[in-house]
Ligand binder design. Structure first.
Ligand code: BGC
Length: 413
């Protein structure tokens, strides 16, 4: 055998000591998300495993969650999956998840996790997933340069926001970076609803799905505001993903974007930092508050019984140093309370202050449309209704409230 041939055969053989790979299913495919994922991958450098990333495109993770279910039913779940909210407990109840009690004890989660966040990650007394971060959803991202060009100041109230959007539109400027993707649209409704009714109303209506709170003047008003927004921007929404929207906001093609602070991760990846002309302002509300979701990692048990000892991985992915580095790229704040946020950006520091304030006042609310408040069946049913309402002006607010009631009565919670 010629030497070069022998060499290429030798190079193509995987060395016996190559470390086993651990597959992680997730939906972090935007630039900012990928740079946060790189921080996860780096953690594996000092572990006897390599990370095999399994990305499934789709903001909010709808497609990724469907694929996760299909794979689990077919008996080949990934080793690790990105998860959110009540779904964690459902997966645990079905026996799919390893517990993470050992790392929870070593990092003192009983004390270091915020109470709301702790509850989501427990099932029958066991911790069953690792919380990485807290994302804020009730943000308005504002391009000040665009507002300045049209002599507009940053809106603090719903009325002034509406005025700014209409003025921009009348001046031929696209006011809002919003694509036709339902996940982007329905998030805005919960910001509006919180803005109208505050934390108690939001909790009763969208976490407890209390029939009286759903059928209230607040819901009617929130739907009317959602329609007013649809009338301004809804006719011909562009086919852009949320991250393309963020890029276009940075480029001055739009004045506003209403989405979670994954947009910040995107800004870091394009600009290295938040440009001076970008403002992060809480979505207008009568009461201060915070709408959140949490990215969590769950570790699957293997039906084949081949599960590996994942504890070193769990320990590495819940260390405070890692959580800080991860949020630095992701735009969020770390999920453990004992981590200093001094090194995070101005918007993340504001998020931290607002979260800790809201959380002590009981005004930190889980996002319904981003999988934190109710089970996925209900979430999808409610989101579909809100999306149809936004897109179809012939559906009245009263009809929509009727549909929400029907869902609430029919869907098993
Ligand atoms: C996740 C974020 C992600 C965003 C957009 C949200 O559901 O919590 O981590 O960046 O979706 O894909």
């Amino acid at each position: 055998m010629k030497n070069w041939l022998l060499l290429s055969v030798l190079l193509s053989v995987k060395p016996a000591f190559s470390s086993p790979s651990v597959e992680m299913l997730h939906w972090w495919t935007a630039d900012g998300e990928e740079s946060a994922l790189a921080v996860v991958a780096e953690q594996f450098d000092s572990l006897p495993f390599t990370l095999k990333s399994e990305p499934i495109t789709g903001g909010g993770g709808g497609p990724a969650k469907a694929i996760l279910q299909a794979r689990a039913i077919a008996g080949y779940s990934p080793d690790i999956a990105l998860m959110e909210g009540p779904a964690i407990q459902s997966w645990a109840a079905l026996g799919f998840l390893n517990n993470v009690n050992e790392v929870a004890a070593s990092h003192g989660w009983d004390k270091s996790l915020y109470p709301d966040i702790k509850a989501i990650h427990q099932y029958e007394g066991n911790y069953v997933a690792i919380p990485l971060n807290i994302h804020r959803l009730n943000w308005m991202w504002i391009n000040r340069k665009v507002l300045n060009q049209h002599q507009l100041s940053s809106p603090q109230t719903w009325e002034s926001l509406l005025l700014a959007l209409t003025t921009l539109k009348a001046n031929g400027v696209s006011p809002l970076a919003l694509g036709e993707d339902p996940w982007q649209i329905v998030q805005i409704f919960e910001n509006i609803a919180f803005g109208v009714g505050g934390a108690n109303y939001y909790r009763q209506a969208f976490v407890d799905l209390d029939p009286d709170a759903l059928n209230s003047s607040e819901t009617l008003e929130a739907l009317n505001r959602f329609r007013a927004l649809a009338n301004i921007v809804g006719n011909d929404l562009p086919n852009i993903s949320w991250n393309q929207g963020t890029k276009a906001l940075l480029d001055g093609e739009y004045a506003f974007q209403f989405t979670g602070d994954w947009a910040l991760g995107e800004m870091f990846s394009f600009e290295g930092e938040i440009p001076d002309y970008i403002e992060c302002s809480a979505f207008p509300s009568t009461e201060k508050g915070f709408i959140y979701n949490v990215d969590s990692l769950a570790f699957f048990t293997k039906i084949t019984g081949e599960d590996r000892n994942m504890i070193p991985i769990m320990a590495s992915l819940s260390s405070p140093q890692f959580l800080l580095k991860f949020s630095q790229k992701k735009g969020s704040i770390p999920a453990q309370a004992n981590i200093s946020v001094n090194e995070l950006s101005r918007c993340q520091q504001k998020s931290y202050q607002d979260y800790t304030h809201a959380s002590t006042k009981g005004a930190a609310m889980p996002s319904l449309t981003d999988s934190m408040a109710v089970n996925p069946v209900l979430q999808n049913a409610v989101s579909n209704e809100l999306y149809r309402y936004f897109m179809d002006p012939s559906i009245s607010a009263e009809t929509l409230i009727g549909h929400l009631h029907a869902i609430n009565n029919e869907v098993f919670r």
